[in-house]
Design a protein around this ligand. Sequence first.
Ligand SMILES: CC(C)(COP(=O)(O)OP(=O)(O)OC[C@H]1O[C@@H](n2cnc3c(N)ncnc32)[C@H](O)[C@@H]1OP(=O)(O)O)[C@@H](O)C(=O)NCCC(=O)NCCS
Length: 169
Amino acid sequence: MWCEFNFVHNTLGELSAKALTPEYLAALVAIEKRSHLTAWSEANFKSSLASHHVVVGLFDSTGTLLAYAVVSLVAGEAELLLFVVDEVLQGKKLGTAFLQEIIRALQHSKKAQAFFLEVRAGNVPAITVYENLGFNQAGERPNYYATPWGREDALVYVLDWSCEFLRAK
Ligand SMILES: CC(C)(COP(=O)(O)OP(=O)(O)OC[C@H]1O[C@@H](n2cnc3c(N)ncnc32)[C@H](O)[C@@H]1OP(=O)(O)O)[C@@H](O)C(=O)NCCC(=O)NCCS
């Protein structure tokens, strides 16, 4: 499976990623509730796990789920549908490292020639991670997200596969 990989994080140590199964539903929903403003419900995760989406979980060496991504892969195009780091670990460069490894794994697998995502326009930490990793804004969907303070635009991003960190590997 393309999403099975390991890497070392500078403070969290050896981390490993794998595709998640329904046994992780409760852990996903618990992290989602405390970590994500526009949180996915249990039904959202169930439908993803039952479809062609891959739910990639990132674990530490004790088997604790730290972060996860939901990726759709169709006809050579990958889309990042969800990307979350557990709230207590946010801001420690874990999201950057995890997404960087997902991009490497996807590129290595040759399963995707393009990688897209949508992000809420006010989600500065997420946008910073995506732009740092070589995603460029390609469009927008006005008033797409409902937030507690009203609607916000979605920004559509696409990865430049030729970006520096991928060439260096
Ligand atoms: C978005 C998310 C996955 C990023 O993961 P993370 O581990 O917290 O991110 P990192 O620590 O790797 O990087 C965060 C970047 O945002 C910057 N940042 C964080 N808060 C910021 C703020 N309020 N203003 C400006 N920049 C900010 C950090 O400085 C860092 O940039 P740098 O590497 O250039 O210094 C994580 O914050 C998260 O799970 N958020 C909730 C769920 C979500 O919104 N997911 C995205 C849409 S599905």
